[in-house]
Ligand binder design. Structure first.
Ligand code: CDT
Length: 353
């Protein structure tokens, strides 16, 4: 039985402070149609897809609020039509947005929408929030205020199964039949297992490993990554870079973490950027890609504008790594990993005398 899914990543070009949500959603619909015309069964859109990357700005509460979504995306007047169209096309989608909860909390969130059930199957709230709580003192610095505007995600790294994408040999409703070992997983297969992370999470191996430990086969990651942002990454005072050098290095870092984590966890990785020059001044890298469990790039965008890429992902390919070099059951040594969850920052060995 084939276990291949045709997966698309829809990169968005820049959004601006002046961009209307309706227009952004129209662009997303165009990308959705293009992906569907290639036969894609799933399309990934970027982090904070509907808006410019607003955490770069120091905003009053009144200025901040319009960047957030306040209700159910499936019924909200600006986004309902997008999900209805995905349902009509039988294409699952995942996208990122700023979520304001009824309790007033703010999260940097992504959802997985299933066309076959017309429902949000899973929600992820970004856990690794980069940057600072307070604006930087230098008025010319590029701020990254996610820690000010969002709370760290409270839903964990939670894998989930998505129905109606591939043939299965086990009823997904029969939870007693969940395989418990690599050999049982060889013999039985339920619906595919997916996991979501958002942007900065991709740089943290802990996030990938938590998903891989739940048998995740495909990891989705939307992102907005600054090409030039010396206050945060790329340029150390000891090794200054031009903007062009910084952007090239940011792309290398991005692909390095995507490819290596796919390899080390034997998962497919799909990532979709919001890219290009936002608000005339702030460049975001492209490099949206689909990567196989050996870390090989199957498809990558060539522009920094609206662009769709697709690849056939044969989920059976995750099995090889998981039964050989990365067979967790046989090779992991949890008794040696206590520092990973017991300690946050660095504690060096004592000085020599
Ligand atoms: N959105 C987001 O998380 N961006 C961070 C910026 C880090 S500075 C290059 C990222 O990790 O891509």
């Amino acid at each position: 039985m084939a276990h291949t899914i045709k997966i698309a990543a829809a990169q968005l070009g820049p959004n601006h402070l002046t961009s209307r949500r309706e227009d952004v959603v129209d662009r997303m619909l165009r990308l959705l149609h293009e992906a569907a015309s290639y036969g894609a069964q799933f399309v990934l859109f970027p982090e904070l897809a509907f808006v410019t990357f607003f955490p770069r700005y120091v905003l009053t509460p009144e200025e901040l609020e319009p960047f957030f979504e306040h209700g159910d995306l499936l019924t909200s007047p600006t986004t309902a039509a997008f999900f209805s169209e995905a349902r009509r096309l039988s294409v699952d989608v995942s996208l990122g947005f700023a979520e304001r909860t009824p309790e007033g909390e703010g999260f940097n969130t992504s959802i997985y929408y299933s066309a076959s059930t017309h429902s949000i199957l899973s929600k992820y709230r970004k856990i690794h929030l980069p940057g600072f709580v307070d604006p930087l003192p230098d008025p010319n610095a590029i701020n990254q205020l996610e820690k000010k505007y969002f709370q760290p995600g409270n839903l964990g790294f939670t894998a989930f199964r998505a129905p109606a994408l591939v043939g299965i040999t086990t009823e997904h409703s029969d939870s007693t039949k969940v395989p418990r070992s690599s050999s049982e997983r060889e013999a039985m297969r339920g619906d595919p297992i997916f996991g979501m992370i958002i942007c900065n999470d991709r740089r943290w191996p802990e996030a990938w490993r938590c998903l891989a430990l739940q048998g995740t086969e495909v990891v989705f990651c939307g992102y907005n990554t600054q090409g030039y942002c010396p206050e945060l990454a790329g340029t150390s005072p000891h090794k200054p870079q031009t903007k062009a050098e910084a952007e090239a290095a940011a792309l290398v870092d991005h692909l390095l973490v995507m490819q290596s984590n796919c390899y080390m966890n034997s998962v497919f990785g799909v990532c979709a950027a919001k890219a290009g020059l936002e608000d005339g001044n702030f460049d975001l890298i492209g490099g949206s890609s689909i990567i196989d469990p050996k870390g090989k790039i199957l498809a990558m965008t060539e522009t920094r504008g609206d662009e769709v890429i697709v690849a056939d992902c044969d989920l059976d390919e995750v099995k090889y790594g998981r039964s050989a070099i990365f067979d967790f059951d046989r090779h992991r040594r949890v008794e040696a990993y206590a520092l990973i969850t017991g300690q946050t920052g660095v504690v060096e060995p004592p000085f020599l005398r």
